[in-house]
Design a protein around this ligand. Structure first.
Ligand SMILES: Nc1nc2c(ncn2[C@@H]2O[C@H](COP(=O)(O)OP(=O)(O)O)[C@@H](O)[C@H]2O)c(=O)[nH]1
Ligand SMILES: [Mg+2]
Length: 384
């Protein structure tokens, strides 16, 4: 009963884990030859780590993705030394690396308040430069969120995340039948025949209320941000965390997990996701799986059964839903294949987006050059 469904093809690239931006230091001011004055230095462009920022926020706020610092003042009779141009600060999340377009590392931001100089302003004109300002630093740079793994396992305690990771990879995570066995992310590597490796992180246990920092709440959710894709793991039979908490079906588990992510950061909802329905070796699993898939395909027909606070605002669509059993090994090869396909598709779509962006830049450059040529032909040539 090999069974794998592709419910809906998700559009990739909504969650922003890297961003390419143009930065240019400000031009320096002119020196004043008559009195030997010096023009002000152009402002610098900095990337500064700030709590609460995300790369998506930068992208949304500055769709042009251009950051240019202020121009240095010319030197004049009243101020022989011109004022420095204003610096430009690009606020970004902590935990990113800043590189040039060809991958050279400019710096890293690990804590709130840290800063990296990315675009130096030009020096003002002085006697040494014939009173003309010096060239500014202008370039494309990349901001990359540092990832802990390609795939992050997301599931309530006892869903079988640690067991699955052991099967998928060579990691030997702790396995136990009580909650909170996983205290720190355990990283495993899935090896493929063509030597490609995919890293999978088993993240510390998530419980209801993680978004308000219950259990390992925010620590857990912070890790989720730092994976390319999410692999949800649910027990096909549902679960009950303790006798004090209600029983949840597999569908409810998916809804609750989604809700936790959404409440923490809605942006996480646009991360590509897969669903592994575990413990398919147990009795009645087939029927329960059918029911779950039906519910996931038409969630609007079922969500009215839940209290309002439990229903996520957006439904998460899974690239693949794969039934597995970490006990018998059933479905594990299929799951590996799906993880690989999903990541490959994401990479392709990212490359295409980069390519499109670069083409747009080239077209823009071409248009600017053509315009300059036309101006030259129309205005300068006739005077020669
Ligand atoms: N029957 C059955 N039990 C499983 C399966 N996967 C995990 N378990 C058991 O479920 C319990 C919790 O598994 P674990 O991997 O620690 O879950 P985690 O808390 O999500 O990491 C353990 O007792 C496992 O042996 C499965 O596919 N079938
Ligand atoms: Mg575990």
């Amino acid at each position: 009963m090999v069974w794998c469904s592709r419910v809906l093809h998700r559009k990739y690239g909504n969650f922003v884990d890297n961003l390419r931006v143009y930065v240019r230091g400000g031009s320096g001011g002119m020196g004043l030859p008559r009195l030997g004055g010096q023009g002000g230095k152009g402002g610098d462009v900095w990337v500064v780590a700030k709590d609460g920022m995300t790369l998506k926020k930068i992208k949304d706020k500055y769709p042009q993705k251009r950051f240019v610092a202020g121009v240095g003042k010319n030197s004049g009779i009243r101020a022989l030394k011109g004022d420095k141009g204003q610096d430009c600060e690009v606020y970004a999340p902590a935990g990113i690396s800043v590189t040039t377009d060809d991958g050279k590392v400019i710096g890293e931001l690990n804590q709130d308040g840290e800063r990296v100089l990315v675009g130096q302003g030009g020096c003002g004109g002085s006697f040494a430069t014939g009173f003309l300002p010096k060239k500014v630093q202008a370039r494309q740079i990349r901001l990359d969120l540092k990832l802990i793994a390609d795939v992050g396992l997301v599931g309530f305690p006892n869903a079988g995340k640690s067991s699955l990771l052991s099967l998928l990879s060579h990691a030997r995570p702790q396995i136990a039948s009580y909650p909170f066995t996983t205290l720190r992310p355990e990283i495993g590597k899935i090896m493929f025949e063509d030597y490609k490796q995919i890293s999978v992180a088993d993240l510390p246990g998530l419980i209801e209320g993680a978004h308000v920092n219950r259990g390992m709440g925010h620590k857990f959710l912070k890790h989720v941000e730092r994976t390319k894709q999410l692999l949800f793991v649910v027990d096909v039979n549902g679960f009950q965390l303790s006798y004090k908490t209600p029983f949840r079906t597999a569908f409810e588990a998916v809804q609750l997990l989604t809700k936790e992510l959404e409440l923490y950061k809605e942006e996480l909802m646009s991360k590509p996701a897969l669903l592994a329905v575990n413990k398919m070796d147990l009795p009645d699993a087939e029927e329960k799986l059918k029911e779950l898939v039906e519910q996931l395909q038409h969630p609007q027909d079922f969500v009215h059964l839940f209290p309002e606070g439990v229903v996520p605002r957006c439904t998460l669509h899974f690239n693949h839903i794969v039934p597995v059993s970490a006990s018998s090994g059933y479905g594990i090869q299929e799951l590996k294949k799906c993880i690989r396909n999903s990541l490959d598709e994401q990479a392709t779509s990212q490359n295409e987006e980069d390519h499109r962006e670069k083409l747009q830049e080239l077209h823009k450059m071409k248009r600017t050059t053509e315009k300059s040529c036309r101006n030259f032909t129309a205005q300068v040539l006739p005077k020669l």
